[in-house]
Design a protein around this ligand. Structure first.
Ligand code: SAM
Length: 185
């Protein structure tokens, strides 16, 4: 019992500074860092399973701590799964998780607005709503026809979603998913 308590204390002492730095990083870099819930991830996986024929890769724009990329790679091991994240700590935790899970995910530490998305087949974004207009412009310029784009909660000002999915019926706007299929205007 005493050994267990010591082990617990050692773990807390090791992880507490990381957690503190993680919080500081989140506050300094601005923006929210909510992770997509398990329930929403299930829906995303269902959407990919239904729509994916001919799709080879999946991009999470702002992959955070890696919850979505890890779940998608687990379900679709044949997909090339890419997480783009600008914050070092989120990326560190995501890479740590994938190391222990032996999951082969490509992480790119960069601003998503600088990422090359011309080859993307499926794109996922759970981001602040104020960046959605510029993201829409970038995706309109860059994506191939018929690329699937799934957004969580925030949506594009001009693109019309082909479908929307309510994840939490009691709070329909929370984690509502928007499915878009890229087309040229
Ligand atoms: C709400 S979290 C979502 C994390 C993950 N996609 C998920 O759903 O669990 C948004 C993430 O996007 C990242 N992010 C915001 N703006 C970004 C940008 N311009 N370039 C790269 N990452 C960005 C944030 O650092 C944060 O980790």
């Amino acid at each position: 019992m005493i050994i267990l308590i010591y082990l617990l204390l050692i773990l807390i002492i090791i992880f507490l500074p990381f957690y503190f730095l993680f919080l500081v990083n989140t506050v300094l870099m601005g923006g929210h860092d909510l992770a997509t819930s398990k329930k929403a991830i299930k829906k995303i996986i269902k959407i990919i399973a239904e729509k994916k024929p001919g799709k080879n890769n999946f991009y999470d724009l702002g992959s955070g701590r890696g919850n979505v990329v890890i779940a998608v790679k687990k379900k679709f091991p044949q997909l090339l799964v890419v997480g783009i994240e600008k914050r070092a700590f989120q990326l560190f935790f995501a890479k740590l998780k994938t190391f222990f899970l032996k999951s082969k995910i490509v992480f790119q530490k960069e601003d998503l607005f600088k990422a090359d998305l011309r080859d993307a087949d499926i794109v996922y974004a759970y981001l602040w709503s104020d960046i959605m207009p510029s993201l829409e412009e970038k995706l309109q310029r860059e994506l191939k026809e018929r690329t699937l784009v799934i957004t969580n909660t925030s949506y594009f000002p001009n693109w019309e979603p082909t479908e929307t999915y309510v994840v939490w019926p009691k709070k329909p706007d929370f984690e509502k998913l928007f499915l878009y299929i890229k087309k040229s205007f």
